[in-house]
Design a protein around this ligand. Structure first.
Ligand SMILES: [Fe+2]
Ligand SMILES: [Fe+2]
Length: 137
């Protein structure tokens, strides 16, 4: 309905790179998904569309974590258990956020929702995921 593009929630920057091609590719993809969610929330798109977008984020985050955990195990990453716990905790948070969104009809909740997703993902990429840089040969 509204064709005006909203300013992206997150601009990709090279600071996010960890130097592992497939993981960097997926990080970029996750940021694109968050920007898409932001766009939908900004335009007050249909609740069902936003739910689909959230579902897609959930699926992609889950697949990304699996790939990253494989990479850590293959490279004998010593902080694996801690890193995996961060992933598992965040997946539980996403499930809760989606459930809350489903039961809360107010789209205003979207601001808080995208803020939490953005904060965790960007923060994780800039801290924990950066430790994987040292594994890259
Ligand atoms: Fe990670
Ligand atoms: Fe990651």
């Amino acid at each position: 309905m509204n064709s005006t593009k909203t300013k992206p929630l997150i601009d990709w920057c090279d600071e996010y790179l960890i130097g592992v091609e497939e993981l960097d590719y997926e990080h970029r993809d996750l940021i694109n998904r968050l920007n898409e969610l932001h766009e939908q929330l900004a335009h007050h798109d249909e609740k069902a569309m936003i739910e689909d977008c959230l579902g897609e984020i959930h699926v992609r985050v889950e697949a990304h974590f699996a790939l990253e955990e494989h990479f850590m195990l293959d490279n004998n990453f010593q902080n694996y258990t801690h890193h995996k716990k961060e992933h598992d905790d965040f997946l539980a948070v996403i499930v809760d956020l989606i459930e809350n969104f489903r039961t809360n009809p107010e789209l205003r909740y979207g601001d808080e929702l995208e803020e939490q997703l953005q904060h965790w993902i960007v923060n994780h990429i800039l801290t924990s995921d950066q430790e994987l840089r040292t594994l890259n040969k």
